[in-house]
Design a protein around this ligand. Structure first.
Ligand code: S3P
Length: 164
């Protein structure tokens, strides 16, 4: 298995922030898959969805996963929330699921606004997407951490799991 650390979870679960903190603590690089797509295409993810559609986005995500699997080692990978639905993340490394309740997701997404969330039309649809995905995330994880905890605690728990 690749020795990367793969952070998975629903949108708003904190994958990018926790990824950055964890990478610092481990002295590893952070790779954020959404950032890579945005940088390569010079376009925001929401605009990418509008221009090319979800199928094209998922194809790109799959090729990015394969590229990471072959080329990246010793890194923290912060993934897009839909990646575990289309690719087995265990292929790329040690999978950590940032587990968060729907109530907390709702709060965070209300704060951020849904305009930058191309998968979300309204909160009813957000809820059904959450229900569809939650078990997939859990089944794929090597380790599950409560992502409603404080950021420092989350990072410490993941760190201890990795070192233990
Ligand atoms: C998506 C989540 C987003 C982004 C895209 C699709 C999803 O990433 O990849 O909008 O299907 O859940 P975040 O989980 O980082 O918000």
């Amino acid at each position: 298995m690749c020795n990367n650390i793969i952070l998975i979870g629903f949108m708003g679960s904190g994958k990018t922030t926790i990824g950055r903190m964890l990478a610092n603590k481990l002295n590893n690089f952070l790779i954020d898959t959404d950032d890579i797509i945005e940088l390569n295409y010079d376009i925001k993810i929401s605009d990418f969805f509008q221009k090319f559609g979800e199928i094209k986005f998922r194809e790109l995500e799959i090729s990015l996963c394969k590229w990471i699997k072959t080329n990246i080692k010793n890194s923290v990978i912060s993934t897009g929330g839909g990646m575990p639905i289309i690719y087995n993340m265990r292929d790329m490394g040690n999978v950590i699921y940032l587990d968060i309740t729907f109530e907390e997701i709702q709060k965070r997404i209300i704060n951020d606004g849904i305009q930058n969330r191309p998968m979300i039309k309204d909160f009813k649809q957000l809820h059904s997407l959450y229900n569809e995905r939650i078990q997939i995330y859990k089944n794929m994880a090597h380790y599950i951490v409560n992502a409603s905890d404080s950021k420092n605690n989350i990072v410490d728990k993941i760190y201890n799991y990795l070192k233990g």
